[in-house]
Design a protein around this ligand. Structure first.
Ligand SMILES: Cc1cc2nc3c(=O)[nH]c(=O)nc-3n(C[C@H](O)[C@H](O)[C@H](O)COP(=O)(O)OP(=O)(O)OC[C@H]3O[C@@H](n4cnc5c(N)ncnc54)[C@H](O)[C@@H]3O)c2cc1C
Length: 499
């Protein structure tokens, strides 16, 4: 049993530096030497601006001051995603972070709301979400400072400039002792059994290690080009395969949410940052040319453009094995499901967490590798199903793309979720899922999938008590929302605390 004493991470994008930061927090340099090699000439993918609440928790675990991170990355706060035109044209809904309402007695809040709705008029589901209410009002507050009321059940994530975030994590990891080499890897040398022995740089330098992490983005230099690991292609399930993105000047109003607007052959994002806004159009090359996609994107801009349009092709799916032998793949080299629910950076951090949980010796016991691959595949499948739901439940028929979406083959795992939800508003139990019940409930509701009846346990509920409890929660969410600062005021406060 030889412990791993050195790790080389190839690639210095968000994946490479997130992995370096997390590993350096775990291993002091004398226990394990970590080195990141990256090529400035190749550069990074340069997108990835919208995160999920676990990213905020990751910053906390790393001991990073969140406010400093927000200031340094032109960051803003995100309370969820506003979906426009997905169910049908001119329809919108919100997928908020955090809880929807609060349980009433021993009864699940969502079931209580369903019961009340079955019996008569009731406020919309989003009226019980502090995040949805704050987003609607353009307000923001840290839930931890909101006391025990309903605002305390809110949650949030960040919008950030992807390059500045990578710079931040690079500085963090280097301060913790991570070595940094600039250079292009031109070849990879293998041991007789197939494991990776070293990577060779253009300048002739060779980097040996016990373990390698492939963070080379879509080029997947180690996991695919060297070890030949195949790709589970989900193009038949997820219709989009290209994106075009630009930046514009900062908007007048900084909305505390990502906007995802469905288009004729895909959708476009709008991500506010403090000094600019990220815009992108994700589309299907079967139904839309690059020129059409660019034109749709440029016509939708609401401020002067400050960057050239950048096209990125992709194939939805993931590696058949994300870890093979002494090589782990993270980030785009491991897989990519389109950015509709901002899940990629989460998957990077999740990959490192599982790697630390199943951390091997130099023999890389296959049992650890199998469990890692099983666990990560389950995460990819959960995210695939959640994203597919947005497409397959749409009632749009105004373009060939949306007609195609109505015929997408729905995997059994998603069909079971839909059937269970339609039956009694129930959700499939899953070990440590990314998307909590409130996320599924919000998207099912937003996409027009409604349960036939509430669960029978609600039959014993006293309707008067139920109505009063719902009214109180609704009123409390409203009251607390109006007390919060606007998102701009909150961000200004952050700037002044730094000076
Ligand atoms: C259109 C689009 C929108 C996205 N939006 C989001 C979002 O909102 N939220 C989210 O969480 N994620 C998003 N993502 C995903 C996110 O961008 C990536 O998960 C994240 O940036 C990680 O990328 P990476 O580090 O794997 O790859 P890259 O950023 O491509 O980095 C690859 C690194 O490898 C290096 N490299 C490559 N080859 C070599 C070589 N031969 N020698 C040396 N170095 C090499 C490069 O120089 C670079 O440093 C989006 C992705 C796309 C395509």
């Amino acid at each position: 049993m030889q412990p791993i004493k050195n790790i080389v991470i190839v690639g210095g994008g968000t994946a490479g530096w997130t992995a370096a930061a997390m590993l350096s927090c775990h291993f002091p340099p004398e226990r394990c030497r970590i080195e990141v090699v990256e090529s400035e000439e190749i550069g990074t993918v340069g997108v990835g601006e919208s995160t999920l609440p676990p990213f905020v928790r990751l910053l906390q675990k790393l001991g990073i001051d969140e406010q400093d991170f927000v200031r340094s990355t032109q960051g803003c706060y995100k309370l969820g995603i506003r979906f426009e035109n997905w169910l049908e044209q001119k329809h919108s809904y919100f997928h908020p972070f955090g809880a929807l309402g609060r349980n009433i007695g021993n009864h699940d809040f969502y079931q209580c709301w369903l019961k009340a709705r079955q019996e008569g008029p009731v406020a919309p589901l989003m009226a019980f979400s502090p995040c949805a209410a704050m987003a609607e009002a353009g307000r923001f507050y840290q839930p931890t400072r909101a006391g025990g009321g309903p605002a305390g059940t809110a949650s949030y994530a960040l919008h950030m400039d992807a390059s500045l975030a990578t710079d931040y994590l690079r500085r963090y990891a280097k301060a913790k002792g991570v070595h940094h080499t600039e250079g292009r890897v031109t070849s990879v040398n293998q041991q007789p059994g197939g494991n990776i022995a070293s990577v060779q740089l253009e300048n002739g330098q060779s980097l040996c290690a016990d373990f390698f992490i492939d963070c080379t983005g879509f080029s997947a230099l180690l996991i695919e080009k060297t070890l030949g690991v195949g790709f589970k292609d989900w193009s038949e399930l997820l219709p989009c395969d290209r994106s075009v993105s630009v930046k514009t000047a900062a908007p007048d109003v900084l909305r505390p949410y990502t906007q995802a607007t469905a288009r004729k052959a895909g959708w476009s994002w709008r991500i506010p940052l403090r000094t600019s806004t990220g815009h992108g159009h994700v589309y299907s090359s079967r139904f839309c040319t690059d020129a059409q996609a660019k034109s749709i994107l440029l016509k939708s801009l609401d401020a002067p453009r400050i960057s050239e349009p950048r096209f990125i092709p992709f194939t939805p799916g993931h590696r058949e094995e994300m870890w093979k032998g002494n090589c782990l793949s993270l980030g785009l080299s491991a897989g990519f499901i389109e950015p509709l629910e901002s899940t990629s950076i989460h998957l990077i951090a999740r990959g490192v967490e599982f790697f630390l949980r199943y951390f091997p010796d130099t023999d890389c016991d296959p049992a650890l590798i199998r469990e890692y691959n099983r666990r990560m595949s389950a995460d990819y499948e959960e995210i695939r199903d959640f994203i597919l739901l947005h497409y397959c439940a749409s009632q749009r028929t105004d373009s060939d793309f949306w007609k195609h979406c109505r015929q997408l083959p729905v995997p059994e795992s998603l069909q079971q979720r839909i059937d269970l939800f339609r039956a009694q508003g129930l959700l499939r139990e899953q070990l440590d899922p990314l998307f909590r019940p409130s996320s599924w409930q919000a998207v099912f509701e937003g996409m027009g999938i409604r349960p036939r009846r509430p669960a029978p346990q609600t039959d014993t509920l006293d309707m008067e008590t139920l109505r009063q409890a719902l009214e109180q929660t609704h009123a409390a969410v409203n009251a607390v929302t109006t007390l919060q600062p606007t998102h701009e005021e909150y961000l200004k406060g952050l700037q002044s605390t730094s000076s």
